[in-house]
Design a protein around this ligand. Structure first.
Ligand SMILES: Cc1ncc(COP(=O)(O)O)c(C=O)c1O
Length: 465
């Protein structure tokens, strides 16, 4: 099929073919999938064809302010990625983790070796790393490391000194992934209903308790009462799916201190925050790195080119023999992509510039979107290139229409579910529009994104919402 340029219109036969092809893919949105197809993309720009409405078949040029669920940090078809893939294919091979791989060693040395980029946070003599295919799988491995840390592998009984620690603390509104073990770490009913939960009895069972995120007083009283029963805490440094909720200054450092004091493992889910907050890691404050026992990174780590995640854990945390073997643990080609991408991001200072540029972006979003349409939007939150605008009840009720108008105005954004009605008297959090552009977006791109957002929202209002 010849791909038409923006402004052209697809013929009826081509349109029918796209509709039929789309129907072959399982719809995970309960019939609410957006009626657009991306035909081709380069950098921040995607050429999309509308499938429905008066403009069906028309090809529009859309700026991407979301980066594929916040994973395509270098946009589409980046020249450095093309080179890394070509070179990687030519020379890296496919050895599994049973054997060493030069490409994998080069990556790990660059990150965790004596002069490693992240050695201040994760020195190689104290931490080791494993690769998985997705964020969920990374979190599953983290969960397993936690569980096995309390277990005597040879005798298959709990370690006497950890036997009482059967509770995991997670946060209300958290999102860690869809897989079986992780569902127990989510407290939102619609994510859990209808799915069997792991048994909590027996010597290997676990019990999960939830606290409101970002409330220091709850944390203090919970640890004082239950600290000695806790095995681990799972935390997102900024809650994503809950609506881009940034905790108060000092909260994460206090959490780390409480964990240390009570000998509780701290697991940071940085799948989403990785390379997004103006730093590589969200577990950072003005004092520097906030220590963790396990950190899981993903999404941007694969540069939008490969699907991957990495689990970085203290060396004393491991699994029984062959217990976590994965076909794709740090594949050489994946390692080559990660190394080239991280080198490029660092050499261009893309993570650092996302700090101030993100702050400017939030200022514009407040002034040009929230203040202009207060009946539709209520608050801008975020850090770096991880930003959210919370909707109001009115706009939350017409999300699909809003998204379609935005696409017609040439801008693609995603929406986070919001934390729903949270317990302990905290207010309802409505869904949030997520503006998490690829790191390659510069100042002019961000300005253009906000202008298109404003245009799209105006169209939505003019159409009577
Ligand atoms: C914080 C967080 N953890 C884990 C995941 C799961 O990652 P994946 O979709 O790669 O399995 C996500 C995905 O959105 C996420 O945002």
């Amino acid at each position: 099929m010849k791909v038409p340029v923006a402004g052209e219109t697809l013929g009826a036969g081509e349109l029918a073919r796209l509709r039929a092809g789309l129907a072959l893919q399982m719809d995970h949105y309960g019939g609410g999938r957006l009626p657009f197809v991306c035909l081709q993309a380069r950098g921040l720009v995607q050429h999309m064809a509308a499938l429905e409405g008066p403009d069906a078949g028309r090809v529009v040029e859309v700026m991407d302010a979301s980066g594929g669920y916040a994973s395509a940090c270098l946009g589409a078809g980046h020249p450095r990625m093309q080179e890394a893939l070509r070179e990687g294919l030519e020379r890296t091979g496919y050895v599994t983790d049973e054997l060493g791989s030069l490409e994998r060693i080069l990556l790990l040395e660059e990150l965790f070796g004596p002069q490693g980029r992240w050695a201040d946070r994760f020195p190689g003599n104290a931490y080791h790393a494993s690769g998985r295919n997705s964020g969920s799988e990374g979190l599953e491995l983290a969960l397993r490391l936690v569980l096995e840390s309390g277990f005597d592998r040879r005798r298959l009984v709990p370690k006497p000194e950890r036997a009482e620690r059967r509770t995991i603390l997670a946060f209300e509104g958290a999102w860690h992934g869809w897989t079986q073990g992780l569902v127990s770490l989510l407290n939102r009913r619609h994510y859990r209903m209808g799915l069997p939960l792991p048994a909590t009895e027996g010597p290997a069972g676990l019990d999960v308790q939830f606290l409101p995120f970002g409330e220091a007083a709850h944390l203090e009283s919970f640890f004082a009462e239950h600290g000695r029963k806790l095995a681990a805490v799972f935390v997102e440094p900024i809650q994503g799916d809950a609506g881009i909720l940034v905790p108060p200054v000092g909260y994460l450092r206090r959490l780390a201190a409480l964990c240390r004091e009570h000998e509780v493992l701290l697991v940071a889910d940085e799948v989403l925050t990785f390379a997004k907050t103006g730093r590589f890691f969200g577990m950072t404050d003005e004092q520097g790195p906030i220590p963790t026992d396990i950190t899981v990174i993903g999404k941007s780590l694969g540069m939008g080119v490969v699907s991957t995640s990495m689990v970085i854990a203290r060396r004393e945390l491991s699994v029984r023999s062959s217990g976590a073997v994965s076909t794709s643990d740090l594949r050489p080609l994946t390692s080559a992509v990660m190394r080239a991408g991280i080198q490029y991001i660092a050499s261009e200072g893309l993570v650092e510039r996302a700090g101030p540029l993100g702050e400017e972006l939030r200022g514009r979003l407040r002034k040009d979107v929230v203040e202009v349409f207060p009946e539709l939007f209520q608050e801008v939150r975020g850090l770096g290139y991880m930003n959210g605008i919370e909707l109001t009840e009115r706009s939350a009720g017409s999300l699909s229409k809003l998204r379609a108008r935005l696409l017609e105005a040439g801008i693609f954004v995603e929406f986070m579910a919001g934390a729903g009605r949270r317990s302990r008297g905290l207010r309802y959090v409505f869904p949030a529009m997520r503006i998490a552009p690829p790191l390659i977006a510069g100042e002019a791109d961000l300005q253009e994104m906000v202008a298109r957002l404003q245009r799209g929202v105006r169209k939505f209002v003019e159409a009577g919402s």
